[in-house]
Design a protein around this ligand. Sequence first.
Ligand code: SF4
Ligand code: SF4
Length: 422
Amino acid sequence: MEDLKELKKVEQLADQCMKCGFCSFFCPVYQEDKIETSVARGKNYLVKQVLQGKQEFTDEMGTIIGKCLLCKRCVANCPSKTQIDRVVVAARAQMVKNKGLGFIKNFAFRKVMSNRKAFGRYVKMARAFQWMMPTTEGTIRHLPDFLKALGQGRNIPSMAKTFLRDQVKPVYKPANGQKAKMKVGFFMGCAMDFVFPDIGLKIIDVLTKHGVEVVVPEEQNCCGAAIYFSGDFETGRMLAEKNIKAFKDFDYVVTGCGTCSSTLKDYQKYLPDTEDQKKRYEEFEKKIKDSTEFLIDVLKIPPEEFKLKKEFEGKTATWHDPCHLVRYQNIKDQPRAILKALKGLKYVEMANADGCCGMGGSFSVYHYDLTKKIADKKMNGIKATGADIVVTACPGCMINLTDHILRSKMPQKVYHFLELVE
Ligand code: SF4
Ligand code: SF4
């Protein structure tokens, strides 16, 4: 009998599915491929078959549970609130437990990404070779077709000349001699560290201008999103422990990455194996704040206090909701409140603002054809607004949106919403 410990933890969740099929109207993957196993109902059914001993954990099943963006559109629209994200991630974890990670993921997750210093060293090595990649526009590079798994003609941003970790100071005092209202830990996240360091510095700048003392602990690590959403719970727990320790002295941990904030908050949901872990992960969740919710909900800054940077005056902006903000954390009003209040900026709501952009982490690596089709819908939504700029708060979405904007030969540029403010 196969070990089914991880699956058994979510058995009750899978049982909640009433097989109504309502999720099929909302699942971006099913909307494109019309395959029953792509949608929540099909995946729940398969997991139950395994739990009942009627289905083996085959490699084909691994492919099926891998084909999910974890966008939670099905969960948000399910009449019985079946949490397919938990079921899918548990199934991936069970797969890893029973069949192993495979050489590439084992090396990437356990030898590179789980060790901050090693991760930095490997990315620096990769940066040394990026001149070999053809460039398309500005600092955007084109991955050639021969890099099939990652490439297929996609556009990726260049890695930063100097990573955020090599630019930040350990402590930033509040600006203009203000008395500190609060002291927070800043979680930088890998994409901001390696690709968008200027955005990280900008977020710190905005926080200090609003009277916050910002500390950047050197011991912080990757949040673990790619790792535990792929089912490597063992490494996920190890990273959770490292991050909890790195931020033990703070009441709040602030990040500008929607995926990181959601991943750090959700250690308690996906990872606990013991009651003690559950308790500690729940305590950690309370500290985590995305930059949007920290500014509006914790600091209670009136949105009209934010000033638009000169270079954006007269522009029209539209907002893209990252799945990890809107459905994982219910953050949707806070960034809109700021954008709508910025004098000199015209805000236009996009019809499918909360539709997934098609990234889904490694989903876009294995299913880039589907990613393109899903992103095309997002591109149509952006085009219809007539916006000059697309604003969001997740570096992963920024990378994916930029890829498809360039692929669609559209003129828009993508920004993190705090890049717009003084
Ligand atoms: S909408 Fe919910 S209950 Fe209905 S089939 Fe999908 S997962 Fe099951
Ligand atoms: S999480 Fe998203 S991609 Fe996965 S089954 Fe639900 S709607 Fe489809």
